[in-house]
Design a protein. Structure first.
Length: 559
């Protein structure tokens, strides 16, 4: 969808904010040289006026940001390091050969029966529900009504739903049942209810982006991924909460909660999609990730999240936060369910020009003894909170016959790379800052979007370009780092893996691998090569089937 464009404010020289040593040709950064008055004077050149309170709040961020540039300048970057103006995750000269697309065969069980208690349907997998519908043991209307009622009952405790799309859902469900009566079967998602993060436009319903300034917004189009799921026969029953403008779990009407502990937030920004799926309010949901927005809530809520390769799924009709980092993916209870949903939503649409068509040949039965699986050695080392559970994952993989190979991820000065995301976000929401409507946002801490968007406006264009060139180096070094393995595994939040792979666009599967204190789910992350989701999913699925954590559900919502 269209977003407010930047007004070329990234090309402000650092000399506006700090002194310049012109003779030496280098910028000199000193905490004493940047004051509130410096920011106030700089505002005149960019035709923006902040309040005294806003200047005081952003001062530390402006100083801190300027200090990160020096680490990048110390790198020896030759002239041939490119600037990825159009972001492509594929390293120069790399050829991706995944063969020809084959017909995917889904392992839909034939012997699934309705449970004695209909309440148990809440935690059936998509595969199991698909069997029930295909074999006419339940109708889509019945299943849709079941999940609609469950949402109405449990959402007050979770705050996972922004809008229930009941009218649309019932119309779609009736249509799917009528088609089955006529012998028309659209595939394994035929008649299956689901939820979608409320940054996807759906014609006829609000699209709030989780933020107060947009809570009454309607967009007269339907996102590509929703259209693809319509075509696959799935039934949209709700638009789920997201942290405002895709950050965190605080939205305009409250905080989305973790079904394992409702006193705790669900993390974000795909907050409602993860919370609702975990609590059995829907069989699956759609989320997005820019920098952890699938991995983090999937971990907190104990579900499975697939973050596909950048450029696999169209973002047309979705809110843009970062044009070079936003990715769409499914949140499910099992890896094989994620594969099924992914297959339905992948591919080009002639709108999102970053999307590339590569084969996805799903194989739900692989021999790990034929696999070389890497592990980020430094991330697994030492005694940390989840070290025992993380290392047990390696033991399970060994027991399945996998050859484990230690690997190291690239080491580059990445602390300032978050500014790439923030700068794009500030451009995407330029109007919000310029009009002062950012003050309407519920979350106003130093790390919240309003302050971050204001602060990043003082990042010079040259430094922004240099950070992108570091990103180009990272892409090539990452390709070399994992060249000798088929898939690799990493603790979800250690070793820099989350930041690195969101910058390089590599796909990941995050899934529950145990519980920390107080029955809190924990996770492990499997990583794959660019566009090789098929092999990544196969390995993650083999691990998941060798354990039983995915069959454990939040006690508060499974009784």
């Amino acid at each position: 969808m269209n977003t407010h464009t930047s007004k070329n404010l990234l090309n402000i020289a650092l000399g506006v904010i700090i002194g310049i040593a012109t003779a030496a040709g280098f910028f000199i950064v000193s905490e004493r040289s940047i004051t509130v008055d410096t920011i106030k004077e700089a505002e005149k050149l960019i035709d923006i006026e902040f309040t005294d309170e806003q200047r005081e709040q952003m001062l530390e961020s402006v100083i801190s940001g300027s200090q990160t540039f020096s680490a990048v300048r110390e790198l020896e970057m030759t002239n041939d390091v490119p600037f990825p103006l159009y972001f492509n995750p594929i390293p120069p000269g790399k050829r991706i050969d995944l063969g020809e697309q084959q017909d995917n065969t889904w392992n839909i069980p034939e012997n699934i029966d309705l449970p004695e208690s209909r309440a148990d349907l809440a935690f059936y997998t998509v595969h199991e529900l698909s069997s029930l519908i295909k074999n006419r043991k339940i109708t889509s209307v019945e299943l849709t009504e079941f999940f609609l009622n469950r949402m109405k009952e449990h959402n007050p405790a979770l705050e996972a739903i922004v809008t229930i799309t009941e009218e649309r859902a019932m119309e779609q469900a009736r249509k799917m049942d009528a088609e089955l009566d006529e012998g028309i079967y659209r595939g394994p998602l035929h008649g299956i209810p689901y939820g979608a993060k409320d940054l996807f436009a759906v014609e006829g319903y609000p699209t709030t982006w989780g933020a107060t300034p947009y809570k009454d917004q309607t967009i007269d189009e339907t996102a590509t991924v929703i259209k693809k799921l319509d075509e696959a026969g799935a039934v949209l029953i709700a638009k789920t909460t997201l942290g405002a403008l895709a950050y965190g779990d605080i939205w305009f009407d409250g905080r989305t909660n973790n079904p394992w502990n409702t006193d705790q937030g669900s993390s974000g920004s795909s907050a409602g999609s993860a919370s609702g799926t975990a609590a059995g309010l829907m069989p699956f949901s759609l989320g997005t990730e820019t920098l952890g927005s699938i991995v983090s809530p999937a971990t907190r809520n104990g579900v499975t999240g697939l973050r596909p390769t950048f450029g696999r799924i169209s973002r047309h009709g979705a809110m843009a936060l970062s044009w070079t980092m936003d990715k769409v993916g499914p949140i499910t209870r099992t890896v094989e369910d994620a594969a099924m949903v992914f297959d339905a939503i992948r591919g080009t649409d002639h709108y999102d020009h970053t999307v590339m068509d590569f084969p996805f040949n799903y194989n739900n039965s692989v021999d790990l003894s034929d696999m070389k699986i890497g592990y980020v050695e430094s991330a697994f080392a030492g005694d940390y909170e989840q070290s025992e559970m993380d290392n047990e994952v390696l033991d399970v993989l060994r027991s399945l016959g996998a050859e484990l190979i230690p690997i190291s991820l690239p080491e580059l000065p990445l602390n300032g790379m978050f500014n790439l995301l923030t700068a794009e976000g500030a451009a995407a929401f330029d109007e919000l800052t310029l009009t002062g409507r950012d003050s309407l946002m519920v979350w106003q801490d130093d790390n919240a979007w309003p302050n971050s968007f204001r602060s990043v406006r003082f990042m010079p264009a040259v430094e922004w370009i240099q950070l992108n060139r570091v990103r180009a180096m990272l892409i090539e070094q990452m390709d070399e780092a994992i060249a000798d393995v088929d898939v690799y595994v990493s603790p979800s939040f250690r070793g820099g893996n989350l930041l690195i792979t969101n910058l390089t666009g590599h796909p990941s599967v995050v899934l529950k691998h145990g519980f920390a204190e107080e029955n809190q789910p924990s996770s492990i992350t499997f990583m794959g090569h660019l566009f090789d989701e098929a092999r990544l999913i196969a390995v993650a699925e083999a691990y998941q089937k060798a354990t039983d954590f995915h069959n454990m559900h939040p006690p508060l919502f499974s009784e």
